[in-house]
Ligand binder design. Sequence first.
Ligand code: G3P
Ligand code: MG
Length: 263
Amino acid sequence: MSRNGPAGGLFPPGNALCVPRVIGHRGAAATAPENTLASFTQAKNQGATWVELDVQLSADGVPVVFHDDGLERTSNGHGPLTAQTLTALRRLDAGSWFGPAFAGEGIPTLAEAVATIAALGMGLNLEVKLPVGAPPEQAERTARLALAEATALWPAHLPTPLVSSFHPAALAEAARRSVWPRGLLLERLPADWRQRAERLGCVSLHVAATTLTASQAFAVRESGLALLAYTVNHPARAERLWQWGVDGVFSDAPGLLTTLPFA
Ligand code: G3P
Ligand code: MG
């Protein structure tokens, strides 16, 4: 069963999933502050056709695009992101830490990110991100509010987004709230990967590239699930993963990969 056509598209059976060989990770996180509108634009300029982003909730329940639990690394804020209201988050600078050229770049709301990505004509992998140790209720609420907003805003002419999460409760809630396909995020492939994916109705597994082996990749592909690997910033590594049958890779530096012969 072949899923990758001549154009590199992905066609698993029974769903409309079609993702490319290269997905910009948090936009183009190697050359722009991650998960910002500037980062998504850079990914597009580097030839990426899809981007991945991380969505969490502000203290007042607004979906915002941010990776870490804490604000310190990628903004001038302090403490947990989820403890701040949208108004407080709006005051933060999420660009200066990366470089002066990005000073004033804000933490986008999911609505702003979706509008930008759609205007760029790109595809979207929406990762529902939870703080470490978050309970199922928090995962469900984050997925519910993020999906409500994203599905209302996503234009019909663009490819159907792919929802992903490390948190099973987020994926289960996503299944109840939308028809968008889902991918299960894993740091390494567990023995029961097939059952986990099936239980959650996932169409893809997204696995850390550093933990993945050729035989695992083969087994996942044989199962009919799509396989994506994160985070891949070196061309030779991407080529090897594609040879193993990995359908697509998340990259901080999509421009290094989109020009490769098999991309
Ligand atoms: O979705 C792929 C990748 O982003 C998962 O890990 O920590 O970068 O969100 P992380
Ligand atoms: Mg992510």
